[in-house]
Design a protein around this ligand. Structure first.
Ligand SMILES: Nc1nc2c(ncn2[C@@H]2O[C@H](COP(=O)(O)OP(=O)(O)OP(=O)(O)O)[C@@H](O)[C@H]2O)c(=O)[nH]1
Ligand SMILES: [Mg+2]
Length: 194
């Protein structure tokens, strides 16, 4: 999957704006600032496709990117930004609930976590939603360039146990900055679509 042909197609802030056209959807979710947009840019090889935010938690919306005219990368809104208002949190929860309830099109869920941190309650809730959705599911531990090589295995294990992942769910080391884990994640995506 070299040189993905990718284009932004839509932002959805309400369920009636969701895409439901039968093409498979590969959704990225995770804490605000964890690197969802950066990972999408890394996978597609387009450095400025998905907007990398300097100010986290600014919008609650779902962004769809069409890849090779065959499937969507779905950039789900981030959570856990400290200064988010209560109203914004409720809007986020309602939108996510709608997406997970109504979109039977989820083919693969990719949860991003920061490899440096133990999972927090919001991350655990996200995991539960993905597992309940019943689609294929994988966790990518991003920003691995920020820790030493020797610390990686222990951190991956802490994430696995913190999220309470069943054995069949893989946790892969990732760095959107260096491209670490890109091949592995693309292989998972290709396998899902096959
Ligand atoms: N060092 C390092 N920095 C990263 C990596 N991935 C993302 N970042 C940085 O983390 C910050 C947030 O990245 P985004 O891709 O905007 O994160 P996001 O999850 O899309 O954020 P929201 O859309 O606000 O929820 C940016 O400053 C990125 O440059 C990585 O693998 N390594
Ligand atoms: Mg983003």
């Amino acid at each position: 999957m070299k040189g993905l042909d990718t284009r932004f197609v839509r932002t959805a802030a309400r369920p009636d704006q969701f895409i439901n056209d039968g093409l498979p959807q590969i959704a990225f979710a995770g804490r605000s600032n964890v690197g969802k947009s950066s990972v999408i840019n890394c996978l597609t090889g387009k450095s400025s496709l998905a907007r990398v935010s300097s100010v986290p938690g600014k919008t609650t919306s779902i962004n769809y990117y069409l890849v090779n005219e065959k499937f969507y990368f779905v950039d789900l809104p981030g959570f856990g930004y400290a200064r988010t208002s209560q109203a914004e949190k409720e809007r986020w929860a309602a939108l996510m609930e709608d997406y997970f309830n109504r979109s039977g099109l989820l083919s693969l869920g990719i949860q991003l976590v920061d490899i440096r941190h133990d999972p927090m309650p919001g991350d655990m809730i996200m995991t539960k939603w993905f597992l309940a959705a019943g689609a294929r599911f994988i966790v990518a531990a991003n920003k691995s360039d920020k820790i030493s090589r020797s610390a990686v295995p222990g951190k991956l294990e802490a994430i696995r146990s913190g999220l309470g992942l069943p054995p069949h769910v893989q946790v892969i080391e990732f760095s959107a900055r260096l491209g670490t884990g890109k091949k592995e994640l693309l292989r998972e995506i290709t396998g899902t679509l096959a």
